[in-house]
Design a protein around this ligand. Structure first.
Ligand code: BTN
Length: 244
């Protein structure tokens, strides 16, 4: 990953640029990175706060030859790659299903996976992540739920080096995923889960339900047990999970 790097001082959204490159048939592993995004995008039509020189805003173009059903698991594994890189820097991250990374209960990183597929065959996957790194402050409206590595550790990080180690970790895991060898990684995702064992409220479009998160399945789905013992599998998609 990152043999081809497309770099911007300022851009709307690295995921948007990556989509154009993927349609133009760029090499797998190409990354798009920017110092700031003026219209960074989050999941479920939300924005992503992307102030200049403070965070890492990066999109990776992947072209795995897999059916669509294999993609939710990939999202989990990308989160694991980022979490592993943070662990190696002395940070203690947890993975909040489907794909937030939290430190001390607050979000430091969000991942937005988008894909194009035809007849169930995946053309390309864009996996974009935003990591709050050296931010000294987080604006009022998100300060109760979001944080940065600096705010949690008191340490400043050299972003290019941190990005390189994230890409290295993701590459190791992605290579195993393509070879069908991911079960060990899914166990690691579970062991770092901020969601398993917690009461959750799942919001999927207009559907809403509560239960206890009991497992992350090999598919990447979250298994939820309702009060009556019934089980539901929440698929990543556009699902939002909140504590209840
Ligand atoms: C979320 O938690 O809602 C996902 C946030 C994803 C943000 C990243 S920043 C780089 C890439 N480009 C975007 O516009 N979004 C993703």
């Amino acid at each position: 990953l990152g043999r081809e790097i497309v770099y911007y001082d300022s851009i709307g959204s690295t995921n948007e640029v990556a989509k154009g490159l993927a349609i133009g048939n760029c090499d797998e592993g190409t990354i798009v990175v920017a110092e700031e995004q003026v219209s960074g995008r989050g999941r479920i039509s939300r924005g992503w706060y992307s102030p200049k020189f403070e965070g890492i805003y990066c999109s990776i173009i992947l072209k795995p030859s897999v059916p669509i059903s294999e993609i939710p698991k990939l999202t989990q594994l990308i989160g694991l790659g980022i979490a592993r890189a943070l662990q190696k820097r002395g940070i203690n991250p947890l993975i909040k299903w489907p794909n937030d990374i939290v430190v001390n209960g607050k979000k430091v990183c969000g991942i937005l996976t988008e894909m194009a597929a035809e007849m169930d065959a995946v053309h390309y996957v864009i996996t974009g992540f935003g990591l709050n790194v050296n931010n000294r402050r987080i604006p009022g409206e998100i300060s109760s739920i979001a944080t940065s590595l600096y705010l949690e550790s008191g340490e400043e990080f050299y972003r290019p080096e941190l990005l390189a180690s994230i890409l290295k970790e993701i590459e190791i895991i992605y290579t195993a995923y393509k070879g069908g060898d991911y079960n060990g990684f899914i166990s690691e995702v579970k062991s770092m889960s901020a969601t398993i064992g917690r009461k959750v409220r799942v919001i999927n479009g207009r559907m809403e339900y509560t239960g206890t998160a009991v497992d992350i399945l090999p598919s990447g789905a979250l298994l939820i047990e309702h009060d009556d013992g019934e089980l539901t599998e929440a698929q990543a998609g556009d699902v939002s999970v909140r504590g209840v």
